[in-house]
Ligand binder design. Structure first.
Ligand SMILES: *[C@@H]1O[C@H](CO)[C@@H](O)[C@H](O)[C@H]1NC(C)=O
Ligand SMILES: *[C@@H]1O[C@H](CO)[C@@H](O)[C@H](O)[C@H]1NC(C)=O
Ligand SMILES: *[C@@H]1O[C@H](CO)[C@@H](O)[C@H](O)[C@H]1NC(C)=O
Length: 740
């Protein structure tokens, strides 16, 4: 009886106590036993679950396994990190966990094999997992916080651990989540409510609260991918104005694997040079998973499902399961045979054990320079005329197996021998697959009759590996061309007196023929001889005087006479003509006597200054001035002439006043060499004084004659008029008499 009372009291006491604060954090049990049905356990296997009470709303804890081959997830499930064999049929290790106060708890785990020869083969996937703990026990209580000292409220910022609720729950709804509690409820009736997102704010009504007992419900399945957490504010109000300070409740939505991975792109495109080495990574594929990235639900693993074409072998590529990087793992890439591969790739969540998604990776094998260009012909023989620059000598065509237009296909050429003087140029022709040799300098048959050129071809890109370089040999035969004779020097300069005798030899002006290979005969002609002074001896090129040369000829400029001489070869097909210029500097000879420029003068016969006359002599000094002048004969009686001070002009004066009239004056002018010439001047002497000449006619004679003529004319006219008057008047008189 007493015992029963004690037990009853204990129960009452413990129940009340339990409701208030009886929870002690710790493992559910000191030891856990996980049964497996075989010795060999592979990596990633889940063996079972340890249960740890945190005594708060947390459903996850931090665990640590002493044996590093095992790992314990935050929900307590124990998995294998490496393959393990249970040699003795079992294995034991410790697991640690920490509670919210930081205290460490330890439990032992025993993994044992349920005898290998057991009948239940169907259980070979492994495990005997202890029943799943519900996310929220029925008695999950959210208490308005208080300090341990009693009714004093805690300082702001104190956060209660979030509530956790799995997404996609099947219900039934409304589904209980937790209960809000306040210590005031012991003394007075309290009313509970919640506000915030999901309560009175959108999505309104997702969470509800029973105002009497403080129980919080969720009314619909949650979707973490839509909203991963909600913040509710709990209120408790009592009669008489008692109220709790509002408290934040965070509801975190626990992820479920309700999304497949998705490739970020489909297909993925990659380029792979055909010369890539083994293990060359060239592209990366990526898949995303909308599930919680902190859980395996979003942990994606990649694999290759198939390869098309499966040549030259079906496993050309490998994908890194974690990073998605694709590399080439086999040799045998050949763009010319297999320019493209398509891989079907797969991304699977839950580290490769969840939902798979497939996609494609298209790999374009790009060209590498593994085909050297080849000359189609390796010897060429061509003929080229000499003396021409820029002419095409040869066109060397090549083939190249690489991708047209790529740097592995484009060609360039080099003359590696046979052109020490740089006579030839080689460049890539418009088709890109041809090298064109042209002449850069004129070829000279007389110097080099043949060139043997070695030409190589390369690509813009270097060859991959050691490939042979194709070489062509081009034999260039230079063809002789009839070249014109060349005067030496091209312009010949001689000096001769202008009176060099007609018929005598001036100079031999000859040319040579560059065509030394041919024996050609040259003939000479006059090309240009404007004054007709010259002739040339056809065979020898000797220039002779044909007619008297005159330095004073208008064809002579500055005393120099220019003639063009031709040398013509006797080539049968096309005669070639060379030209030479002969310049003769003509020396002056005193072949011109001085003369007076003026031929008529007018002069007064009284008080007259000398008349100044100017002199010309076409010759040069010393065959010209200073001049001298002389008078003789009749002229000397009436006139004086003397040179002016510079001895270039003549001052002519009357010896005494001559009667007006026209006189002939003859003056003899001498040059320095006393070569002379007489000049006849017509001098009109007028009856005037001084410098300004006024010539009046001889009035007496001329006036009387004209007066006489006028008088005679007047008399004749008067007589004629009188006669006519008398004649016409007479009949009138007769009539007058007759009628009277
Ligand atoms: C050779 O010919 C190419 C094409 O005509 C030209 O571009 C290049 O300048 C030439 N080389 C020389 C050295 O003249
Ligand atoms: C010189 O003058 C005289 C007159 O004084 C004249 O008769 C004579 O013809 C003149 N002589 C000449 C050559 O003009
Ligand atoms: C002499 O006469 C010439 C010709 O008329 C003239 O050019 C020259 O200036 C004169 N000399 C002098 C010193 O007057």
């Amino acid at each position: 009886m007493w015992l029963r009372v004690i037990i009853f009291l204990c129960q009452v006491f413990s129940c009340g106590f339990a409701e208030e604060s009886s929870c002690t954090p710790g493992f559910d049990s000191e030891s856990f036993v996980f049964k497996v049905n075989r010795d060999h356990l592979h990596r990633g296997k889940t063996l079972g679950r340890v249960i740890f009470n945190t005594c708060d709303v947390r459903s996850r804890s931090v665990f640590q396994s002493r044996d590093k081959r095992f790992s314990v997830r935050t929900d307590g499930s124990v998995t294998l990190k490496t393959p393990v064999t249970l040699h003795d049929g079992y294995m034991m290790f410790d697991v640690h966990a920490w509670d919210s106060s930081g205290m460490k708890h330890t439990a032992s785990v025993r993994v044992e094999c349920t005898a290998h020869h057991h009948e239940d083969h169907h259980m070979n996937t492994a495990v005997n997992i202890t029943p799943q703990l519900k996310s929220f026990p029925d008695d999950l209580i959210v208490r308005f916080p208080r300090s341990s000292a009693g009714l004093k409220r805690v300082k702001r910022g104190w956060v209660i651990p979030p509530l956790k609720e799995s997404e996609n729950s099947n219900g039934p709804f409304p589904q209980y989540l937790a209960k809000i509690k306040t210590d005031f409820a012991i003394e007075t009736k309290m009313m509970y409510s919640i506000t915030g997102e999901g309560a009175d704010q959108p999505p309104v009504g997702l969470f509800t609260c029973d105002e009497h007992n403080g129980k919080v419900y969720v009314t619909q399945p949650l979707d973490r991918e839509k909203k991963a957490s909600y913040k509710l504010i709990a209120h408790a109000v009592g009669e008489g104005g008692v109220r709790e300070k509002p408290m934040d409740i965070i509801i975190e939505v626990i992820d479920q694997n309700d999304h497949k991975p998705e490739f970020t792109q489909n297909p993925f495109n990659g380029n792979l040079p055909e010369a890539s080495p083994k293990d060359y990574e060239f592209m990366t594929v990526t898949a995303t998973d909308a599930d919680d990235p902190n859980t395996p639900n979003a942990e994606v693993r990649y694999s290759i499902i198939s390869q098309d074409p499966s040549l030259p072998n079906p496993n050309m590529f490998d994908i890194n399961a974690v990073t998605g990087r694709i590399r080439v793992v086999s040799s045998g890439l050949d763009r010319e045979k297999f320019p493209k591969y398509t891989l079907v790739i797969q991304a699977t969540d839950r580290r490769g054990e969840g939902y798979p998604t497939t996609g494609r990776a298209v790999i374009i094998v790009t060209d590498s320079n593994d085909n050297p260009p080849q000359f189609e012909q390796d010897t060429y023989t061509v003929s080229v005329l000499e003396n021409q620059v820029g002419v095409e000598v040869a066109k060397l065509t090549v083939t190249d197996g690489d991708e047209p237009g790529s740097p592995a296909w484009l060609t360039k050429y080099k003359i590696i021998s046979g052109d020490k003087l740089g006579v030839f140029n080689i460049s890539t022709g418009p088709s890109q697959l041809e090298g064109i040799i042209t002449t850069l300098k004129p070829l000279d048959y007389e110097k080099t009759k043949q060139y043997i050129l070695s030409v190589i071809v390369e690509n813009d890109d270097p060859f991959v590996g050691s490939l042979p370089t194709s070489t062509a040999t081009v034999t260039v035969n230079v063809e002789d061309v009839n070249e014109p004779p060349v005067f030496n020097p091209k312009e010949k300069y001689i000096t001769k007196p202008e009176d060099f005798p007609v018929g005598s030899d001036l100079v031999a002006f000859t040319a040579t023929d560059p065509d030394i290979g041919r024996s050609q005969k040259l003939t000479y002609r006059i090309g240009s001889d404007p004054a007709g002074f010259l002739s040339v001896v056809e065979d020898t090129g000797m220039i002779k005087v044909k007619s008297p040369m005159d330095r004073e000829s208008i064809e002579v400029k500055d005393g120099k006479y220019k003639a063009i001489i031709l040398a013509i070869d006797n080539d049968e097909t096309a005669r070639a003509t060379g030209t030479g210029t002969l310049i003769i500097k003509l020396e002056d000879v005193n072949d011109n006597a001085p003369y007076i420029n003026e031929r008529e003068i007018k002069i007064c016969n009284q008080e007259v200054p000398p008349v100044l006359l100017s002199i010309t002599d076409k010759d040069l000094h010393p065959n010209a001035g200073p001049f001298s002048v002389d008078t003789y004969g009749d002229t000397m009686k009436n006139w004086t002439a003397k040179m002016n001070d510079s001895a270039t002009g003549i001052e002519l004066m009357l010896k005494y006043p001559l009667g007006p009239g026209v006189y002939n004056v003859v003056l003899r002018v001498f040059d320095k060499q006393k070569l002379y010439q007489d000049t006849l001047l017509k001098a009109t002497v007028c009856d005037c004084k001084g410098e300004s000449v006024v010539c009046s006619e001889k009035r007496t004679a001329r006036l009387s004659l004209s007066v006489i003529i006028r008088i005679i004319c007047t008399i004749v006219a008067l007589v004629s008029i009188s006669f006519l008057l008398v004649y016409f008047m007479r009949p009138q008189i007769c009539f007058g008499q007759g009628s009277v």
